[in-house]
Write a protein that binds this ligand. Structure first.
Ligand SMILES: Nc1ncnc2c1ncn2[C@@H]1O[C@H](COP(=O)(O)OP(=O)(O)O)[C@@H](O)[C@H]1O
Ligand SMILES: [Mg+2]
Length: 238
């Protein structure tokens, strides 16, 4: 469902940010991507949806990531951006939620049904007609997750889904992630959330995947985490 073969990338000539990454994530697998600031997590995510073009090859949701497939890739692959301001670009939450489905030919009636269903699931029906620029950071984050779920993608990629959420909303998002029957890749520093939601974890350092294994094994390994500027989840500190 997500396959990378020999993927390398530089923003500017000279400094390579991703170094020869090989990765295979199976359909339905929930995988975490962790690592220090600047490790390359967001860059890797941008590559997966074709926002940057890399050397090597990438396939997501059963399609090669290439210019001619970008529209189809984005229909099947939902990306929750770290900064929701870059995700919500229409006047209201409702407008943003309609944009994707209508753009991809889902009927108006079905779109309305999905919008109400997703808003209810996220318990944010009250945000439906609110103006995006007046939402708080956490409200905007919840709304940006809604715009992705309403597309019903096969693969969901999230860059810091719980940042700026209060504990109640964080818990809600964790439960929703757990209930999603989709291929999932989550980049986050919230290792307790990762422990609950992802069976597999990848650790990135300086543009390389330096560890790949079962979350509950890797996140117990204090030395491995500290070598990668991470620390034990609270659950394991007690
Ligand atoms: N648009 C850009 N132009 C040049 N360098 C960038 C750009 N975006 C990120 N970088 C650099 O790429 C490296 C990896 O960044 P990023 O993928 O955002 O890391 P992470 O998400 O793991 O914190 C960092 O050194 C960062 O400064
Ligand atoms: Mg990042």
């Amino acid at each position: 469902m997500i396959i990378l073969n020999n993927v390398s990338f530089s923003y500017d000539k000279g400094k390579e940010i991703l170094h020869d990454i090989n990765l295979h994530i199976r359909k339905g697998e929930k995988t975490a991507l962790i690592g220090a600031n600047g490790a390359g997590k967001s860059t890797l995510i941008k590559a997966l949806v074709g926002l940057i073009s890399v050397t090597g090859s990438i396939a997501v949701s059963g399609m090669e990531v290439s210019r001619k497939n970008l529209a189809a890739i984005r229909q099947k692959t939902g990306l929750v951006l770290q900064n929701s301001d870059n995700q919500m670009f229409m006047p209201t939450v409702y407008d943003d939620m309609r944009f994707g489905p209508l753009n991809y030919g889902i009927s108006g009636e079905e779109t309305e049904r999905r919008i109400d269903e997703v808003l209810e699931k996220l318990e944010i029906s009250s945000l439906k007609n609110r103006q995006n620029h007046k939402l708080s950071g956490g409200e905007k984050k919840m709304a940006s997750i809604a715009t992705i779920l309403v597309m019903d993608p096969d693969t969901v990629i999230m860059d810091e889904p719980c940042s700026s959420l209060d504990p109640y909303n964080r818990r809600k998002v964790i439960n929703i992630i757990k209930s999603l029957d989709k291929t999932l890749l989550i980049a986050s520093h919230d290792l307790d959330m990762i422990l609950e939601t992802c069976e597999r974890t990848l650790i990135m350092k300086d543009g390389r995947i330096v560890a790949d294994g079962q979350t509950k094994e890797l996140l117990k390994n204090r030395e491995l985490l500290e070598n990668n500027r991470l620390e034990l989840p609270l659950k394991y500190q007690l």
